[in-house]
Design a protein. Sequence first.
Length: 610
Amino acid sequence: MCGIFAYIGHEKAALECIKGLKKLEYRGYDSAGMAGFHEGALRFVKAAGKLHRLEEKLAESAHNFSSAISHTRWATHGKPTENNAHPHFDEQQHVAVVHNGIIENHVALRHEMVQQGINFSSETDTEVIAQLMGLSPTGHIVEKVSYVLGRLRGSMAVALLHKDYPDTLIAFSRECPLIVALDPITGQAMIASDSNALPSMDLDITYLGQDEIALIKKGEVLFFDKAGKPLHKKQERLGHDMHLVSKQGFDHFMLKEIFEQPDTIRAAFMGRLNEESATVEFEGLNLTPADFLNVKRVLILGCGTSYHAGCIAARLLEEYARVPAQPAIASEFRYQNPIISPDTLVIAISQSGETADTVAAVREAKAKGATILAICNIKGSLLTREADSTIYLKAGPEISVCSTKAFTSQLTVLALFGLYMARLRHVGRDEGKRFIQELYQLPQLVMSVLEKAPLLQELAVKYSRYNHFFYLGRQAMFYTALEGALKLKELSYIEASGYPAGEMKHGPIALLDEDLPVIAFACNRQTQDKLLSNLQECKARGAPLIVFAFEGDTDSTSLATDIFHIPSTSDALAAIPVSVASQLFAYYTALARGTDIDQPRNLAKSVTVE
Ligand code: F6R
């Protein structure tokens, strides 16, 4: 959470920073700010609210920064006011700091400095970094940063400017991503929270590691460890065509990403299916078939939407590969002293690869000897560096805060993994081939759902006045219901609960009346009859029933107040087309209610705090 962008190279540093921040705004949008050197003096501009507020204030200020650091904030400590917006300064205003992460010992540090007579001007944890820099012993800037790093506990990606080093951007990080990029031709250099924020040019990029420090000048980057010893770090080339991000004519990134799903699902399986041997070949896996054969138990970790993908995958793994598999919410798992044996495989799912709880849960599992397989979208992210091996989603950048295409890519990759594990064990070639044929159908199935988007818009408009919804399903459709409810909540701020349909009668049915619509996902053949009985019970209480059912399901059609048909597929894969339909329903509901679709209130794309 929070986005950092810093630039040194030519006189238009402010403009470059704004361009970078625009691509990072998904990480937080409570306030934004920038500091830079204008005619040799350190100056700043800050604004509460979204980035355009900062742009307006910058235009008024007429600062011409030669180098600048900038920040878009997701508030953790202190309200989203202008005063709490980054950059923060030391008392003398010699140092400007932008920060992503949480300083765990900020209260003690603040208390200590207040005792020394230092005045603080914000409520943030970040300000202690700036004040500590101001108090750090004299010496070279690397020594000052080493001193500060040694005093801080918690997680941090920091970019700073110091008045004595106007030609240098200074950066350090611990447990939070920070990328240093250098254009080898022009010498322009940048710091960014993620590579999507970098301009479309060939760049040499380096990920800052644990407690590493970087000094960045035009045409030169130097790295140091926390003791101030020079480091030689490996650079990677980021091609100019690797980070293009635009809405491509869609009204919102979310809608564009929903409509990308036939392609992203195809990308998740293309080149990985071996039809001849009816199995899967994942590129670049560091684990061997023997490693996977030795697995006796699978634990699947994730948060939010990624956790829902894990729930669906756990069912598939147990059913098809006959391996005991359990999903776990990463933020809970990390504190429960989990029982892990050497034959436990931990699958960690994360679109961003940055989610603090998922990374911490992985570290806990690793410490207990588990093998870690990451399922991730972002190359080189923190999670992929912690894991023993990674399978990439290949979904391309997901900019909308609300996750859509990453979810269906996760489901696709996990279905491939299920097939791989099943074929290693008892599933025969013919059954494997049938599964592969079903996988090949997915892009077309999703396409047929997308073609019916206008019907979903009609439904969404019809029901957009309701303030509460129940999402019901059984088996995989229950987890799909959890995901559907999450999408509706986060986008339209409507209260929505996902529930196993059979559990309604044990309490929640008391809530039902004509003001509480029920959305039922009836795409699990194994439990279809039972679901229909549960829906009868809902209907008898007067609740409007919106049913998503397979084409040709006349029972659901006759029961439903409104029906949406999903093209037929197996129970194992039905979550994919049903989720695409429910994403569209949530999108159009939010559109009808006029909420901020790509950047819902209080949220951020990468949740890098616990
Ligand atoms: C919901 C959503 C979140 C994320 C969650 C985990 O639409 O996007 O629930 O799924 O914050 O994020 P990742 O997958 O990046 O670990």
